[in-house]
Write a protein that binds this ligand. Structure first.
Ligand code: BES
Ligand code: ZN
Ligand code: ZN
Length: 478
């Protein structure tokens, strides 16, 4: 899809069809009003109708901003893709209102995404040219072009991450993730350090090392850094990159294992964010750390009953090898705080617990931390970017669930109660005192992947966490 802005009058732009957004029927010609009434065109549900005699494509939207507008353009492009056409044009002014370029483009790019790599029948008319007439816009042309470029940068990173998540585990393993990180680094002038298992062992990262022990794929610790001149502060992003989670010896059920390629969702989101910073001219130094590991079974697998010592010296009794993400993140959090000083914010992203889906559903990111102010700040970023978060509260009584008879803590609590929060509290053991209020744990178990399409997300990976974090960083300037 190629989206461009044009200063030309809409009527002088050459295109197969014109897109018209319908909020109020009265704003249309009498004959069109009649036609849409006749077919019971629904003004509320992003309904679409193509008038082939006039080459006009109608899409409805009850509101012309924010999520409604994104869903409107997502619905339009999905239905236009079914037609045999190559180009679309529309006016930035619809229903006498100037629409926002970023909302339109987000709806178009995210709505049009399909993962077809493994389909043998390829969609032939894929390339679509979209021209938006800005002739009557009140905004400065440069500002509009910049908004378009920024939105394309963000949405193409989201789509890249969706494709990473959707790629099957046979084709996407820790070394693939490390390779993607290297490519992202070279395209964005980032520093890229990759460590293998020898480094993990030498540096006491036994929690992470043990999770990947039974896999034929070597675990990879990925560290990307974006370092602008005179940065305004330092942000650290840590991601769970389980390229597959079979559960290990505490093996998942057949049905429970399906879709566990999504367990790299957190690490993938971190890669997606790192891939966008340069295009957005981010003024903060940002580090992206990903633990890329495959959790498998075999003669060399780590076991329930094992006691593992993490990088900060804490000992962990393994009671369930399927609670592996927190083991990987424990060492990655330690690595991040040992390697990077004067951190302003440290966020971790992980498809960590099924309990998060039970609590919040398949769309909402579970958000945990010690600072109410920081959680509220992230809530604002979620609201303005269109992502959904729900705050899950820590309390003074839950940490005792993590007590172990033999080690410092267990990796899996005896009861399922507050499973997402106890997982968050497990991670808290690996956050240094000085960083407690700077840390947020984002459980994207539900939001990262869904086989039932919702909103502008199609089957599979969603890219959860990317838009919200970039919005958070953007608003730090103010
Ligand atoms: N990767 C899973 C969590 C998950 C579940 C992600 C569903 C996406 C969809 C995680 O490693 C896991 O298995 N967690 C266990 C923890 C339990 C053993 C304490 C879970 O949620 O059951
Ligand atoms: Zn697991
Ligand atoms: Zn997992």
């Amino acid at each position: 899809m190629n989206i461009k802005l044009s200063k030309k009058d809409l009527h002088t732009i050459d295109s197969d069809i014109e897109l018209v957004v319908v909020k109020d029927l009265k704003k249309l010609e009498k004959s069109t009003q009649k036609l849409l009434k006749k077919i019971s065109f629904d003004l509320k549900s992003f309904d679409t109708y193509f008038d082939a005699s006039k080459n006009i494509f109608y899409v409805s939207s009850a509101k012309l901003k924010k999520e409604d507008l994104k869903l409107c353009f997502s619905s339009a492009i999905r239905n236009i893709k079914k037609l045999n056409i190559k180009s679309v044009k529309f006016d930035l002014i619809q229903n006498d209102k100037e629409l926002k370029i970023d909302e339109i483009v987000e709806g178009l790019v995210l709505g049009a995404y399909e993962f077809t790599k493994y389909k043998s029948a390829k969609n032939k008319n894929k390339k679509m040219n979209i021209t938006i007439s800005t002739k009557n816009s009140k905004k400065n042309e440069e500002v509009l072009e910049k908004t378009l470029a920024n939105t394309l940068a963000i949405t193409s990173s989201v789509n890249m991450v969706r494709s990473i998540i959707n790629t099957p585990p046979e084709d996407y393993f820790p070394a693939t993730m490390a390779n993607d990180a290297k490519n992202i680094a070279s395209q964005n002038n980032l520093q890229c350090i990759i460590h293998g298992e020898e480094y993990l062992i030498k540096n006491g990262m036994n929690a992470m090392f043990n999770v990947g022990r039974a896999s034929r794929h070597e675990s990879q610790l990925i560290h990307l850094s974006y370092k602008p001149k005179e940065p305004k502060g330092k942000i650290v992003l840590v991601g769970k990159g389980l390229t597959y989670d079979s559960g290990g010896l505490s093996l998942k059920s057949g049905a429970g294992m399906v879709s566990m390629k999504c367990d790299k969702g957190g690490g993938s989101a971190v890669l997606g964010i790192m891939n966008t910073l340069k295009a957005l001219s981010c003024e903060y130094e940002v580090h992206g750390i990903v633990g890329a590991v495959e959790n498998m079974i075999g003669g060399d697998a780590y076991k329930p009953d094992d006691v593992l010592k993490a990088k900060n010296g804490k000992t962990i009794e393994v009671r369930n090898t399927d609670a592996e993400g927190r083991l990987v993140l424990a060492d990655c959090l330690c690595y991040a705080q040992d390697e990077i000083s004067d951190i302003d914010y440290i966020f971790d992203y992980a498809t960590l617990t099924g309990a998060c889906i039970v609590a919040l559903g398949n769309e909402t990111i579970g958000t945990m931390g010690h600072s109410d102010k920081l959680k509220q700040k992230m809530q604002k970023a979620a609201d303005s970017s269109g992502e959904l978060i729900g705050i899950l509260p820590f309390n003074r009584y839950l940490p005792k669930q993590l007590k172990s008879g033999i080690a410092d803590i267990v990796n899996s609590t005896p009861s399922r109660a507050a499973g997402s929060i106890t997982a968050g509290l497990f991670l808290d053991n690996f956050v240094k005192k000085e960083n407690k209020k700077k840390w947020l744990h984002l459980d994207i178990a539900g939001a990262a992947y869904s086989e039932s399409p919702w909103g502008y997300h199609s089957f599979g990976g969603t890219g959860a966490g990317i838009r919200m974090t970039l919005d958070f960083i953007k608003n730090l300037k103010k």
